[in-house]
Design a protein around this ligand. Structure first.
Ligand code: NAD
Length: 260
């Protein structure tokens, strides 16, 4: 229960879903958490569930000045940063996102949040952690490992996160910064984004959302869909010293889907 005792952690996109579950997991393990999100109302309300162990900062991860503000907040209030989870991400589509139908603005919106946001997060974390060490966990996807014909922009963004992670990891290792950087690759997870994914036209069969999830579970070797807590447990492992010999690695959490 104290795997993150006294650690200062930032988790982006934490007002709901995987980010929120990661906040809860980190606080249970003794961390002090700064959660950030675009959604101010939800972020403020959910942070109140955790008392003084958590505070909420509004942030759009695509806005460079928001990272400067966040760095100042952490410096002023805590004096150091130990863990960054780059979790904020978007799917950005209500219809299919194949190569023929994806617009340039849709493509750019996805890269801005999922790639540029993670880039600015990694840069801030390395600058802040290089004297003291730390752990960066980037949330990619199985769509960053295998191709997704209906998610061309999203898949490209998550592939970029996968390799950015390795570049950051090697830079820090070479410079002996004691900063580790790893990626997590969830398959379909039952969050609002998971629902949006299954809601895509022709993605999976079924007359309604629950029957689409049933269809999806039949495609997953274990027969189970993932929950946010399954991903949070992997993030905790990579954030904590339990994974101290791991950097530049990719942890897949998909019930065996990509092993198939
Ligand atoms: P979600 O949509 O439930 O929550 C995402 C959160 O990110 C929201 O609170 C949203 O307000 C916030 N956000 C979006 N854009 C932002 C921005 N520009 N700045 C700050 N915050 C922003 O999603 P989730 O399912 O919890 O996904 C979390 C991460 O996991 C994402 O990176 C996603 O790509 C990845 N992922 C999810 C699944 C899945 O099936 N749910 C699978 C693989 C990977």
């Amino acid at each position: 229960m104290d795997r993150l005792r006294d650690k200062i952690a930032v988790i982006t996109g934490a007002a709901k879903g995987i980010g929120y579950e990661t906040v809860r997991t980190f606080i249970n393990e003794g961390a002090q958490v700064v959660m950030t999100d675009l959604d101010i109302e939800r972020g403020t309300a959910t942070s109140e569930n955790f008392g003084t162990s958590c505070n909420f900062i509004s942030q759009d991860v695509t806005d460079e000045s928001s990272w400067d503000k966040l760095a100042n907040h952490i410096e002023t209030n805590f004096g150091r940063l130990d863990i960054l989870v780059n979790n904020a991400g978007i799917l950005a589509t209500e219809t299919t996102q194949d190569i023929e139908t994806t617009t340039l603005s849709q493509w750019r919106a996805v890269q801005q949040v999922n790639v540029e946001g993670v880039f600015m997060g990694c840069r801030m974390a390395v600058r802040m952690m290089k004297g003291t060490g730390g752990s960066i966990v980037n949330i990619s996807s199985t769509a960053g490992i295998v191709g997704s014909p209906m998610l061309v922009a999203y898949g490209a963004s998550k592939g970029a996160v996968r390799l950015m992670t390795k570049g950051v990891a090697l830079h820090c290792a070479r410079n002996r910064y004691s900063i580790r950087c790893n990626s997590v690759h969830p398959g379909p997870i039952e969050t609002d984004m998971g629902d949006a994914l299954l809601g895509l036209q022709n993605y999976v069969d079924g007359p309604n959302l629950e029957s689409k999830w049933e269809t999806m579970r039949r495609r997953i070797p274990t027969g189970n869909s993932g929950e946010a807590s399954d991903v949070a447990a992997c993030i905790l492992f990579l954030a904590s010293d339990d994974s101290k010999h791991m950097t530049g690695s990719e942890l897949v959490v998909d019930g065996g889907m990509t092993a198939n």
